[in-house]
Structures are given as C-alpha cells and as structure tokens.
Design a protein around this ligand. Structure first.
Ligand code: HEC
Length: 287
C-alpha cells in the first residue's frame, strides 16, 4: 500500500515536471505570457475580420458545442470574449462537496486577468505577438491543424476512440502540453467528431490567428432588430445524440423572434412566457 502511494506521488512529480519543462521551453521560444490588447479601430486592407469572416464560421461549425455555459472546457466561441477567456479543466456540473464560484461569461469576471485567476488558460497566443507564436501558441490553431492532419475517418460509424457521451472526460489541453494531446488523441482535432472545416474556412481562421486575433469594436445593430442571448438546451436532438443548441433571439419589431445562433446565456422559457414565438430551424451543418 505504502509502495503504491510512493509510486503514485512519483508519477505526479514526473508529470508536473514534464509540464513545467514544456512551459519553460515555450517561455524561451516565444517569450513570457502577458496580457494582450488585441483591439484595433479598423483592419488594414486585406486583413481578416473577426465579425465578418471568422464569427460566421464559428457559428456554423463550432457553436453547436461551444455555445452554452457548460461547453467543453467551458470554451465559448459564440463571441470574441469567450475566445479571449479561453478554456479550463473545471467542470460546470459535477458532484462537489463545497460550493464553487460560478463562471458565467460577462457576469462573474470582467477581464482576462480575472479569468486566468479563476483557472482559465488562453487558447489565443498571449506570448510575443509574432506570426509564428500566434499560431504555435494558440490551442485553436493547434486543434484545427490536428484535424487537417488527421481528417475525420470516412466510416459509417464513428471510431470507438470518440466519446460523445454527456459526461465525457475532458482533457482541455494548453498549447504547451499540446504535443502530448496530439500523441494520445490524434483524431480529436476540431470540430470534434465531425467533418473538418473546408480549406477556405480553415485558412480564414488561421490567417486571423496569424494576424494576432485582432478585434474591432462590435458593429452596431440595426434599429429594428435586437439581440437577446439565450441558451436552448435539449432543443435539437439531432445533434450527435446530445441535443442542445445555443442562440440569440433576433427580435424584430413585430415581436417575432428568430434563433440565429449567436450568443448564449439565460433561458428560453423567459422569452416564451413573454409571448415570443421562436423559429429555430437554421441547420448547424449547412456548410
Ligand atoms: C461536436 C462537438 C464539438 C464541435 C462542433 C467543436 N468542438 Fe471544440 N471541443 C469539443 C470537445 C468535446 C472538446 C474537449 C476535448 C478535450 O480536451 O477532451 C473541445 C475542445 C476544444 C478546444 C480546446 C480547449 C482547451 O481548453 O484546451 C478548442 C480550442 C476547440 N475545441 C475549438 C473548436 C473550434 C474552433 C471548433 C469549430 C471549428 C470546435 N471546437 C468545434 C467539442 C466540439
């Protein structure tokens, strides 16, 4: 028994040591982690725009999983702030003996630094802002690259290495530890368990990351439409046996609401009881 405990502690020390070594290697290659302000007032000609080019791809291919409060690794891709916040190994719903501070985007923390203190790690490069580091230190890029290197196998059934259950064990790797993830789970690139992005979609996101993940102020909303964020749980059972979707209700002046799959917090019941009818027919896979 004692020997087993000693062995366990030794393994823990080795694992922590390897991770620290990989972090030190990243530090010397790409500089230390620091806060990055990615805001620009306008893009230069030819640059990829987050709102116009990247967000529509995330909406079509990623938000079906990375939309809700309990998204995998709590990585929300429904808005730029979710990307900036990054991921965490902490689960939203799990058996716990002590209360845990909630982690609702826009509500429980207001800055990237605060999210880092709450255990979130970056998925965009927060080291030296060079084109090379912008790619090699970004978990988003590494995940997309992994899918390109190992495309979805064209078999009738998903290979057994994919776990699509609700209580799936999550890894939630950092860029530093990505080489380990890649070795162990070569098929787990993004989008998970689904066909990869088209070359055009892939290049668009990668180019935006290479540029430094720059963001301009949000475009103004048209006067007749108002965005109301919602989370539609269990409303789309056709999604890989899980069945949930996320969206924003676009409410036009007649009071008709339409789910256009944008941001997500809150609940649909509230809008239903307020008399909105919901059109939620946009296919998540209509690429
Ligand atoms: C079918 C569901 C699904 C779709 C669609 C999907 N993902 Fe994921 N994503 C996951 C799961 C599950 C994980 C957790 C993998 C793990 O670490 O165990 C994950 C993890 C990630 C991570 C790693 C987060 C971290 O903290 O390490 C990134 C980055 C990511 N996804 C980006 C994307 C992008 C970009 C897209 C769209 C191109 C996408 N995902 C589409 C299910 C999905």
């Amino acid at each position: 028994m004692k020997r087993a405990t000693a062995y366990f502690i030794l393994v823990l020390i080795i694992v922590a040591g390897c991770s620290a070594y990989r972090t030190a290697k990243f530090n010397s290659k790409y500089g230390p982690v620091q806060t990055v302000d990615r805001t620009v007032s306008a893009y230069k000609p030819g640059e990829v725009s987050f709102h116009n080019d990247v967000q529509p791809i995330l909406e079509r291919r990623c938000d079906v999983c990375h939309g809700c409060y309990d998204a995998p690794c709590q990585l929300k891709l429904t808005c730029y702030e979710g990307l900036e916040r990054g991921g965490t190994t902490k689960l939203v719903y799990t058996a716990r003996l002590r209360p845990e501070k909630p982690t609702r985007l826009f509500i429980d923390a207001n800055s990237v630094e605060e999210w880092r203190q709450m255990g979130f790690h970056p998925v965009l490069n927060e080291r030296d802002q060079t084109p090379q580091a912008n790619l090699e230190d970004s978990v988003v890029n590494l995940m997309l690259q992994l899918k390109k290197e190992n495309p979805q196998p064209e078999t009738e059934l998903l290979p057994a290495s994919f776990d699509i259950s609700l209580d799936r064990k999550q890894i939630c790797t950092t860029a530093e530890d990505f080489s380990e993830y890649k070795k162990k789970y070569p098929l787990w690139g993004m989008p998970y368990a689904l066909p990869g992005l088209t070359d055009k979609e892939h290049k668009t996101i990668v180019e935006w990351l290479r540029q430094g993940g720059l963001i301009t102020p949000r475009p103004a909303m048209s006067a007749s439409r108002k965005r109301i964020p919602v989370c539609l749980r269990n409303s789309r059972r056709d999604f890989v046996s899980r069945g949930f979707a996320s969206g924003v209700l676009m409410v036009d002046s007649s009071g008709t609401a339409e789910n256009s799959n944008k941001n997500c917090e809150g609940g649909i019941g509230h809008f239903r009881s307020a008399g909105f009818s919901l059109r939620s027919t946009q296919s998540r896979f209509d690429r």
